[in-house]
Design a binder for this molecule. Structure first.
Ligand code: OAD
Length: 248
């Protein structure tokens, strides 16, 4: 796998990496992306399923859709791209993964420096009082009621029209502003404000590398592009760090 010309020098100087991942990083674990030919948004309508108005109007339908997605995710495993990113933590003094994915696979692979800017599908909170609520998912075929206030419990994912978790996105923006290398992996770059992070990094002086088998909105702006599936492209990038830090 050829990395862009001059990338060795970037690796040598690099002290800080910020990573943005999208659905593509989990594709080879068997998780559907949103906008590809088999993408979730080609089969389902986001406006009917992924916003607060839909939940309030039809809580059972929205709850069931998330139960279906939770079921699909219940036995997926991290792939080599997740694992390579987890190894990268030990090779640079400073690293953060900002993921748009709600599947928790980076943490399962061993990454400890992860912010989930679109939430986590395995968690729940109360729509009314916002407190986290622990429930056994299989025991409910519609939204259970919050033990604190009686409001409806909902999945802790960010829906269209909602603000991103302030602390998580703030950390991602800071990391983007201060990194030497920004990796954009498996994201179409369509959904903001997540899609602004690579631009923040590049405008702050970082080298911007995209890893994606298809051209994206970011491609023409990137300093380097790796046209490969995440397992191949991320392994090659992390391999370059491993080779440079521990030559043998
Ligand atoms: P998209 O479905 O928009 O884009 C997926 C990207 O992954 C595309 O650029 C694909 O080319 C790429 N891809 C496919 N297979 C790949 C592979 N094996 N390796 C690497 N890349 C691959 O997904 P996102 O950009 O993540 O938001 O979508 C952003 C947000 O839109 C999601 O977080 C979700 C959705 O609506 C919310 O739910 C709030």
């Amino acid at each position: 796998m050829n990395l862009p010309a001059g990338f060795d020098a970037i690796v040598r100087r690099c002290r800080s990496v910020c990573v943005l991942t999208g659905a593509g990083v989990s594709a080879e674990s068997g998780v559907a992306t949103f906008r590809g030919a088999d993408g979730l948004w080609n089969k389902f309508r986001p406006e009917e399923l992924a916003n607060v108005e839909a939940f309030l109007a039809n809580p059972k339908m929205v709850w069931e859709w998330y139960a279906y997605r939770r079921q699909l995710l219940s036995d997926v495993k991290p792939n080599e791209a997740h694992r390579a990113l987890a190894r990268l933590e030990a090779l640079v003094p400073d690293m953060l993964v900002a993921t748009q994915n709600v599947d928790g696979l980076h943490q399962l692979a061993g990454s400890t420096k992860v912010v989930e800017i679109h939430g986590n599908i395995r968690k729940n909170h109360c729509q009314t009082c916002k407190k986290p609520v622990e429930i056994v998912l299989t025991e409910h075929d519609g939204p259970p009621l919050c033990p604190s206030c009686g409001g409806m419990v909902r999945p802790s994912v960010v829906w269209f029209g909602e603000m991103l978790p302030r602390e998580a996105f703030g950390s991602a923006e800071r990391a983007a502003r201060h990194c030497d290398l920004f990796l954009s992996i498996g994201t179409s770059g369509i959904v903001h404000p997540a899609a602004s992070l690579p631009f923040t990094a590049k405008n702050s002086g970082a080298y911007l590398l995209e890893i994606d088998p298809e051209p994206t909105l970011l491609s023409s702006y990137a300093d380097g592009v790796v046209r490969a599936p995440a397992t191949v492209g991320v392994s090659a990038v992390v391999g370059a760090f491993e080779h440079q830090r521990n030559p043998s």
